[in-house]
Write a protein that binds this ligand. Structure first.
Ligand SMILES: Nc1nc2c(ncn2[C@@H]2O[C@H](COP(=O)(O)OP(=O)(O)OP(=O)(O)O)[C@@H](O)[C@H]2O)c(=O)[nH]1
Ligand SMILES: [Mg+2]
Ligand SMILES: [Zn+2]
Length: 323
């Protein structure tokens, strides 16, 4: 085998390939390399190469669904840099777009940081909706109460945070002091975290405190939130100096869960889980059934009525939308 002589044709092809490679190299054309989508725009994306440099890339038309955090292959071609393919996602956080289609917001995240604050007034059960979505996506969560400096005027939010801590969720406060920023930094560690929550709760501000070089735009509440304008308009990935990434995401007004299977809502409520296989009926909806263990747990205060109402609210939302 090894001694077989090359035909003239084979030799010519090898030489041609070598010439082509040298030409490509001198024209800056490269072979496919791995990278990460840092920010996604309509027909282009910023890609972070392995060495940390960023490149503005065109997207092939079949790659229109790429989002911040996606791992991709990209290459320099004659007409510019291109993302050529998408690599498999390890996780994805999805939410419905304006037309109700379920779309990924961020990919390959380890932690969803659900941010709320005394101002703007938190939307009822937005936190629970995120918790359900995170459970479905099998991504860890932390609930963060930002603007701790406003808590004196709003002790009820501290109580809300405590109620989640009691259930068993991971929670923390965040605010303007360096100590709070350090605690947040330690908590996130080298994971890839995405900051989510209503517009104006301070997601970009928290990022600016963690990474002063990021200089993200933050919005004044009076303008941004009251007029319904969102300061951050596209999700963006930031590398942390000691490893790990944080993804800033645009604030949302509501988080519809209409597209999910009804049976996936209850397991998204952590404290419901021990009761779910103890109902009389296997397909119990936990709304009206006889001998429903969840309803009994609400009765005996093992489940809080607030969380149960939130569950009903989400289920009713799905139910009305499917007719
Ligand atoms: N008092 C107080 N205000 C804060 C804190 N963090 C952020 N803010 C203010 O909250 C407002 C909104 O902050 P942003 O960081 O733009 O909020 P966001 O969540 O990124 O908003 P979107 O990008 O629209 O989703 C700004 O006026 C910030 O200065 C805080 O810890 N305490
Ligand atoms: Mg923002
Ligand atoms: Zn039940």
């Amino acid at each position: 085998m090894g001694n077989r002589r090359l035909t003239d044709q084979q030799r010519r092809r090898i030489e041609e390939n070598a010439v082509k490679r040298r030409e490509n190299a001198s024209a800056g054309i490269t072979e496919d390399k791995e990278g990460m989508i840092v920010a996604r725009y309509s027909k282009t994306a910023v890609v972070r190469a392995g060495n940390g440099e960023t490149h503005n890339c065109h997207l092939r038309p079949n790659l229109s669904h790429l989002v911040a955090g996606d791992q991709v292959l990209w290459a320099n071609e004659e007409t510019g840099a291109y993302v050529t393919s998408q690599l498999e996602r390890r996780s994805e956080l999805k939410r419905p777009d304006a037309r109700g289609q379920l779309k990924a917001v961020a990919a390959n995240v380890d932690l969803i940081a659900i941010v709320f604050a005394p101002e703007p007034e938190p939307h009822a059960n937005l936190i629970d909706r995120y918790l359900v979505a995170a459970h479905m996506a099998n991504i860890d969560t932390i609930i963060i109460l930002n603007k701790s400096d406003l808590l004196d005027q709003h002790p009820e939010h501290d109580a809300l945070l405590e109620s989640y801590r009691t259930i068993g969720y991971e929670v923390m406060t965040s605010g303007p002091t360096p100590e709070e920023t350090q605690a947040l930094s330690d908590k996130l560690g080298t994971r890839t975290s995405v900051f989510v929550g209503q517009s104006g709760v301070g997601k970009s501000s928290m990022l600016n405190r963690l990474l002063p070089d990021a200089e993200l735009r933050v919005g004044a509440l009076s303008e941004g939130v009251l007029k319904g304008r969102h300061t951050t308009t596209t999700a963006e990935v930031f590398a942390r100096p000691n490893g790990g990434f944080i993804i800033d995401s645009p604030g949302i007004r509501e988080f519809g869960l209409q597209h999910i299977d009804l049976t996936l809502v209850a397991p998204g409520f952590m404290e419901f889980r021990p009761f779910l296989d103890q109902c009389r009926f296997r397909d119990c909806s936990h709304l009206v059934e006889k001998d429903c263990r969840v309803l009994a747990a609400v009765e005996s205060n093992e489940i809080s009525s607030e969380r149960y109402e939130s569950f009903v609210n989400i289920v009713r939302d799905i139910d009305t939308q499917s007719y």
